[in-house]
Design a binder for this molecule. Structure first.
Ligand code: ATP
Ligand code: MG
Length: 425
């Protein structure tokens, strides 16, 4: 036997026993998006590397060391998307979606980052994200955050904590950045190599460091809150007031800076303490400068993404995995001569009964083995056709679970019987 090929590290198969939970999570989230008037946009998985460098930021973990980048056959540098916002902004500019409109868009699918795989962290992972363009006010920030709360409740997650911060305007950040550099420069011996490098490139990112040895100097660092411009402060106050008015509780976390460079003003994360270290299930924020930065007209915007792997794990660990629905019936065909007729019967039943889940035996087998498969399918009844039934234009209906007599019925009676099973679920 040839050596079996394994999947790539960090790229998981999602096996059939888990896909019903995935679908539950995806559908619940999509219903909530529909309830707020969002429209779906589908975006490519590959983009020019430059798009991500210019949007996410040259000096972020993602762009520096996590992208799957390669040259295509024309020598052009392409990257698998590590997140969805950049592509969504690119598409909106390219197709003129922002002109005179305020689109509310959502997308879903796989994202790719070369990270160290561990529980809740993969190299291919899935997000559903949403973006709103052309609205600058705090009302849409609050509505979007409320919507994410509703999404988490829709999948039964009601104990996640909402963390909120504001990063201010680009100008306020520049002023704060200077203060931060001054502060960290007092402790050159305390900074790790990454942070030393970031001191000149992107000092805010030092606040995001996970290095335990640096947590105390990070805790004492000057706070961005003290350097906010008046307009950003008013914006942030209004977001908080709107959330309170709708009864959503939150925690202001001044250290929340997010891993991507493009954020301005409102940023937020939903964190669950049931996932260990990878506790963030939803993250987002405002990015008023990004559209212009990648070649569009100035357009305020805000967005977020949820990480589906983490949400699915939470559902599985709390209420348990969702199961695939069992078929309504299993079709048993006894005798070589009846196979084709049984197939045709199956087609007629599916024509007559939209919503019918009928699993037909394939590959022959003795009565014993076919009934064993019927039983394993989870169907409540077996429909049996043999020469005798065929000749009479009838089908034997054999209950597989609970009470109930075996009976032989004609096809129109069978349709009614099955209709009852469909209505029962
Ligand atoms: P983290 O701090 O966990 O690395 P992040 O800030 O890099 O997350 P975002 O880029 O904002 O995450 O992505 C939004 C969400 O996508 C995260 O909150 C998380 O739920 C999920 N996510 C991000 N990276 C991964 C990954 N490698 N594997 C699985 N889920 C991920
Ligand atoms: Mg990350």
């Amino acid at each position: 036997m040839a050596k079996a090929i394994q999947s790539i590290r960090g790229f998981a198969d999602i096996l059939p026993e888990r896909t019903p939970t995935w679908r539950f999570v995806e559908q619940s989230i999509q219903e909530v998006l529909g309830a707020y008037g969002y429209e779906e946009i589908r975006l490519p998985y590959l983009e020019q590397t430059d798009l991500f460098a210019r949007s996410i930021g040259e000096v972020t973990d993602i762009v520096e060391k996590e992208m799957y980048s390669f040259e295509d056959r024309n020598g052009e540098s392409l990257s698998l998307r590590p997140e969805g916002t950049a592509g969504c902004v690119r598409a909106g500019i390219q197709h003129g979606l922002f002109h005179g409109r305020q689109p509310r868009l959502w997308y879903g699918g796989a994202m790719f980052r070369y990270e160290r795989p561990q529980k809740g962290r993969y190299r291919q992972f899935h997000q559903i994200g949403a973006e709103v363009f052309g609205l600058a006010g705090p009302d849409i920030d609050a509505e979007m955050i409320l919507m994410t709360g509703r999404m988490l409740r829709a999948i039964g997650l009601d104990d996640a904590e909402l963390q909120l911060n504001t990063l201010g305007t680009v100008e306020a950040r520049a002023a704060y950045r200077a203060r931060l550099v001054e502060y960290f420069e007092q402790y050159p011996e305390r900074l790790d190599d990454d942070s030393k490098r970031r001191l000149s490139t992107n000092p805010l990112r030092i606040l995001d460091s996970k290095n335990p040895d640096m947590q105390d100097i990070i805790a004492d660092a000057p706070s961005l809150m003290d350097h906010l411009d008046d307009e950003s402060r008013a914006h942030f106050d209004a977001v908080q007031a709107a959330l309170r008015a709708s009864g959503l509780s939150f925690q202001v976390n001044p250290r929340l800076v997010r891993g991507l460079d493009y954020y301005t003003r409102t940023v937020f994360e939903w964190v669950s303490d049931r996932l260990g270290a990878q506790g963030t299930v939803c993250a987002g924020g405002r990015y008023d400068g990004l559209v212009e930065q990648i070649g569009g007209r100035p357009t305020p915007a805000i967005g977020f993404a949820v990480g589906l792997e983490r949400l699915v794990t939470l559902v599985e660990e709390s209420v348990g995995a969702h199961a695939s629905p069992a078929p309504h019936a299993y079709l048993v065909a006894l005798g070589d001569g009846v196979q084709a007729a049984a197939l045709a019967l199956g087609e007629r039943l599916r024509d007559a009964l939209p919503g019918l889940r009928l699993q037909a035996n394939a590959g022959g087998g003795s009565a014993k083995s076919q009934f064993k498969r019927a039983d394993r399918s989870g169907a409540p009844v077996a429909l049996v056709v043999a020469e005798e039934e065929l000749a009479a234009g009838e089908v034997t209906v054999k209950p597989l679970r609970g009470e109930g007599e075996q009976q032989r019925v004609d096809e129109s009676t069978l349709v009614q019987l099955l209709d009852d099973y469909i209505k029962a679920g």
